[in-house]
Each structure stands twice: as C-alpha cells, then as structure tokens.
Design a protein around this ligand. Structure first.
Ligand code: SF4
Ligand code: SF4
Length: 148
C-alpha cells in the first residue's frame, strides 16, 4: 500500500498570478495577476470567492500518492499541472500551463520522462500557445502535426 500525503499550497500563488484565466467577482483576469494577489498570497483570503479560489486544486496539490515530487510544485517548476484528461479517441494526457517568464527545465524534463515511461502525453501551454508532446497518435489528433 502506498503512503498517502496531504500537500499544502503554502507560499505558492501560481494559480493567481495570471497564467490561468480567472473570473473573480465578475472581473476577468487573463494573462495578468488577480487584483487581490500579494507577494505572500491572497490579500482577501478569508473572503476569497468559492469558485474558483476555494474549489480549484492543481494536479500537484491533489496528488496524494506523491507521484509528483516537490520540485513539480508550481512555484518551483514554473508550470501548473492540471487534471488528467482523455482525447476524443481515449488517449490520456495532462495539461501543464507554464508561467510567461519561463519554467524549470529539469522539472519539465522529469515530466517528459515520467510521461514517456508511462505512455502518457502532455499538452503544454505557454503564452497561450499549445505544444503537444507524446505519441504520434496524440499529436496527430490534437494538432495534425508534431511541433515538439
Ligand atoms: S498552483 Fe497548486 S499548489 Fe499552487 S496555489 Fe494553486 S492549487 Fe496551490
Ligand atoms: S481572490 Fe485571492 S485566491 Fe482568488 S485568485 Fe485572487 S488572489 Fe488568488
């Protein structure tokens, strides 16, 4: 039986810093940080809206079996892992959303190796551009071409 862990957001503010599209109190934030985010976190933490702030958990945070190491935490890796998904034909892939200023190359290589060893695929989004990494079938279905 694998040990379960409860991960914590702690000092991470990656999901508030502009790389995800947010709707906070009816105002849309896309490509820019939420108005309420400070250097140490949410300035209205007790009053933050339910959706998305209290309900969103990134893939790293939800991973209670510690598949993803500490360096994949979004404020360390520079990219947010989302939930696993499947293409229309059932090919599994994960979405990773990178920060505009870049990401940690070692963490990214770890993810590529992990997905390669497990026959999984990655949709990597950086500056709103999607890149597809993985099997030929996956890349063909998602974009019709291989661009990584
Ligand atoms: S990106 Fe993940 S770890 Fe970071 S604050 Fe958001 S939910 Fe927490
Ligand atoms: S309201 Fe707070 S928790 Fe929600 S996105 Fe803004 S800074 Fe983040």
């Amino acid at each position: 039986m694998r040990l379960k862990v409860k991960k914590q957001c702690g000092d991470c503010i990656a999901c508030c810093d502009g790389r995800l599209v947010l709707d906070i109190f009816g105002k849309r934030y896309s490509g820019r940080p939420c108005h309420y985010v400070g250097k140490t976190g949410c300035s209205i933490y007790k009053h933050r809206p339910k959706n998305p702030c209290r309900t969103f958990n990134c893939g790293w945070l939800k991973d209670e079996h510690f598949t993803y190491p500490e360096f994949l935490k979004p404020n360390k890796s520079g990219f947010i892992l989302m939930d696993w998904k499947k293409t229309k034909t059932g090919i599994p892939f994960i979405i990773a959303v990178a920060a505009r200023e870049g990401y940690n190359n070692d963490a990214f290589l770890w993810l590529i190796d992990y997905c390669g060893e497990n026959n999984l695929n990655i949709e990597f989004i950086m500056s709103k551009t999607k890149h597809y990494i993985g099997s030929k079938e996956f890349k063909k279905e998602k974009s019709g071409k291989s661009n990584i």
